[in-house]
Design a protein around this ligand. Structure first.
Ligand SMILES: Nc1ncnc2c1ncn2[C@@H]1O[C@H](COP(=O)(O)OP(=O)(O)OP(=O)(O)O)[C@@H](O)[C@H]1O
Ligand SMILES: [Mg+2]
Length: 304
């Protein structure tokens, strides 16, 4: 799925050239769940950004499904990112003039495959999953750091990306929300076979991944996997988090007035999206069936 061959990257700073990645080579098969650890400043975020095609290396190849992304134009890269890649930034990168709900819906609205009301419904469901039911209409500036992080997570998850890069996805979260997010990551990996690469400083988080890589001297080394230091073994139960039992029907909450306003929102989102930075995935090969559809089916069975 993802291969890096002799990738190097240095930043030019007032003090001179700062080499960060040095001939970094890695081979990450499809369906892997990998954590990347290492000291602050060792180059983890640089590696993620380059591997996801958000930044260019100075030399080396990056192959996604056999395709060298270093040879692509910006437009070609945008298409690859929109079809396959989700990215959760360390500093969230939410679009400031869009509400939490609009930020989450954005990748699907850009992708344009689902109807707007289905998209908004899915965005609501996923925000409820990350405990943000009462913050959907807040702008990023009206959210706490942990809340912003959960909005960024919801946005990255909305399309079940094939390849997800997450930079310290639980860094600002309390234990309960950290666990919800870990369950969502595990579920994305198990249910959709997505390849996940997450940067974390937390050994509890890395204990849930298949493999731990450590950034050292500009390269990734495999680190012996540690058991969960608090419990001995990973403790999250196997309940898939896509279950929506506890989520109340959203049909009512998305009123007609709000839906009729969607084309305006879409315009606002499109202009914000293309001016701002790409927040990641916008397509899904296997969209999660919408709650509305599921409810509809049940009802029609009853009527018969
Ligand atoms: N745009 C830039 N220009 C110059 N130097 C940079 C730039 N971005 C990062 N650096 C430097 O490159 C090094 C690696 O940065 P990076 O953000 O990849 O580290 P990190 O491992 O993600 O750290 P942390 O755990 O603190 O997030 C750091 O020393 C940082 O100061
Ligand atoms: Mg970082």
């Amino acid at each position: 799925m993802l291969k890096l061959e002799k990738v190097s990257k240095a930043y030019i700073t007032p003090e001179g050239k700062l080499p960060v990645l040095r001939d970094l080579t890695a081979d990450i098969p499809a369906g892997s769940f990998i954590s990347v650890m290492g000291p602050s400043g060792s180059g983890k975020s640089t590696f993620l950004g380059i591997a996801a095609g958000l930044d260019k290396p100075d030399s080396g190849k990056i192959l996604i499904d056999g395709d060298d992304i270093t040879q692509k134009t910006e437009n070609e890269l945008a298409v690859i990112r929109s079809q396959k890649i989700g990215f959760i930034f360390q500093n969230f990168q939410l679009i400031k003039n869009l509400t939490a709900l609009e930020n989450v819906a954005l990748p699907l609205l850009i992708g344009g495959k689902l109807k707007d009301n289905e998209i908004m419904q899915r965005a609501e469901e996923i925000l409820i999953k990350v405990s943000l039911k009462d913050r959907m209409k807040h702008l990023p500036g009206q959210l706490s750091g942990g809340e912003e992080q959960r909005v960024a997570l919801a946005r990255a998850f909305i399309n079940n990306p094939k390849l997800l890069f997450a930079d310290e996805p639980t860094g600002n979260l309390d234990a309960r929300n950290g666990e919800i997010v870990m369950k969502m990551l595990i579920d994305l990996n198990k249910t959709f076979g997505s390849t996940l690469i997450i940067v974390t400083h937390d050994p509890v988080v890395s204990s849930f991944t298949d493999k731990v890589l450590e950034m050292r001297d500009g390269r990734l080394m495999e680190k012996p996997k540690q058991m969960n230091p608090y419990y001995g073994i990973p403790t999250l139960d196997e309940t898939p988090v896509t279950e929506t039992k506890s989520i109340p029907p959203t049909k009512k909450r998305i009123g007609k007035k709000k839906l009729s306003n969607q084309s305006g929102v879409k315009k606002k989102i499109k202009s914000a999206y293309f001016v701002g930075s790409a927040p990641g995935s916008t397509e899904s090969e296997t969209p999660i069936p919408s709650k509305k559809k599921a409810i509809g089916k049940k009802k029609s069975v009853k009527r018969k």
